[in-house]
Design a protein. Sequence first.
Length: 321
Amino acid sequence: MKVITLVVPCYNEEKVLQDFYHQVTKVASKMREVTFEVLFVDDGSRDNTLSMLKELRRWDKRVRYISFSRNFGKEAALYAGLQNATGEYVAVMDADLQDPPSLLEEMYHVLENEDYDCIATRRGDRTGESPIRSFFARTFYKLINKISRTEIVDGARDFRLMSRKMVDSILSMNEYNRFSKGLFSWVGFKTKWISYENIERVAGESKWSFWSLLLYALDGVIAFSTVPLIISSLTGLFFCAIAFLTIIFVVVRTLVWGEPVAGYPSLVSILFFLSGMQLFGIGILGQYLSKTYLEVKNRPVYIERCTEKDVERDERYAQSM
């Protein structure tokens, strides 16, 4: 029987884990032609998430878990899950049930019977989301698709079912600064999209604030486009041309009419404006340099604190004493 590994990042998800587990086991009981492996990645949770995962493991050996030494972020959790998944098919989904497990059956049958390597999901609407957040989200997708060769579908979720070949291709890119939505698209492979209506969290609160989403979007732009550097360069050339023309104008005006003591406010305004543009360009360059700096350090994407194997080994050792 083929194995489907569910990779589930968790950060302070104690309120939803039981509901999520029950929903997944219902789906697994229907799909008797495959075996499920549920791999939870505890991203340094501060609540009882890890304790609940240990309890689920005691009751169901299909449950596995990895616990980080601290919070490394969702991208690191996704990478760890993909690295440790053993199934022929690997699904990525959130624990808050905004990604309906009931879709897994349809996704599996499409992969098995049609010529696709990935079945991905996207939100058909943004019901329940604030208008400002929706506006910036749509703006981001329009912007990234214009300045990058990697297409990222508007409303795309991380929830998807992938073949082993696609997962191995994603893992071959072991970069430190990861933007999974872009990586999923960049590796290519034939993908079928499934739309569904937006679903609210079952319990708990979203860990993504507006500011964190903005920074995440900035990471995506820097990771998959060099257009901001080109814009910065073209802006610099444009203002150099204006400065050259201004110098010619000042010289001619001085030779013909002389130079009265005037224009101080306009001069200060121009200086402030040009200084701001210079800092803007340096800031863009600094973002790219900072990402390069972090990559050159070659630090691990995540650090494990424990897994179900470590805990069970310690328990067997304690019993033998």
